[in-house]
Write a protein that binds this ligand. Structure first.
Ligand code: INI
Length: 181
């Protein structure tokens, strides 16, 4: 009977040692962004990142995150970046412009450079919603962002290998053993 196809699974391990991270963080709403930053650093540290492999760059507000991320990516020094911000809705349309340009800019930064840029920008209606996501009821999005950065950095390394045919494989596939083409 023909063997069932067992697709090869390619994942990024949560191991941060030997990886380099850049964190861009906005000063605006620093009461929140400082807490997100602390949790992101904590997750990198727990996963084995070294002091000298994590750089923190501060910018005035979320709107400035994309340019700083793109400049950090251009250095070629990092395996992943994390962009941290907190945008709170006000009485005018300003919030919408800052939200859309920040998210669009960060996505462009990662797509243009090929470097993972993790989106850790809270977009909340109220300060209470932001507090919940920066260490209270909703956990801490900074910690999640750190894990996402590690996973994407590791995955990117493997996918670079995949395009050159050198990707690590845990076990020989059964189809190869059976001589199937
Ligand atoms: N920047 C933020 O990071 N969060 C906000 O809530 C915010 N609001 O509400 O205005 C904000 N504005 C500043 C903006 O990001 C730029 O720093 C500024 O416009 C200068 O370019």
């Amino acid at each position: 009977m023909a063997e069932k196809l067992q697709p090869r699974s390619i994942n990024g391990e949560l191991i941060a040692s030997s990886l380099r991270f850049g964190i861009v963080v906005s000063r605006f709403n620093s009461f929140i962004t400082d807490r997100l930053l602390a949790a992101a650093v904590d997750s990198l540290e727990r996963a084995g990142a070294a002091n000298e492999d994590v750089d923190v760059v501060r910018v005035p507000g979320a709107f400035e995150l994309p340019l700083a991320a793109k400049k950090l990516a251009a250095t070629g020094r990092y395996d992943a970046l994390i962009a941290i911000g907190c945008i709170l809705r006000g009485e005018t349309a300003h919030y919408d412009y800052v939200c859309s340009e920040t998210s669009r800019g960060l996505q462009l930064a990662q797509m243009d450079t090929g470097l993972p840029v993790i989106f850790c920008v809270l977009t909340c209606d109220t300060l209470e919603q932001a507090i919940d996501r920066a260490g209270l009821k909703g956990g801490n999005k900074g910690f999640e962002a750190g894990l996402a950065a590690i996973e994407m950095a590791q995955l990117s390394r493997k996918l670079r290998g995949a395009t050159s045919g050198t990707i690590a494989s845990k076990k020989p596939s059964s189809s190869r053993k059976a001589g199937r083409k």
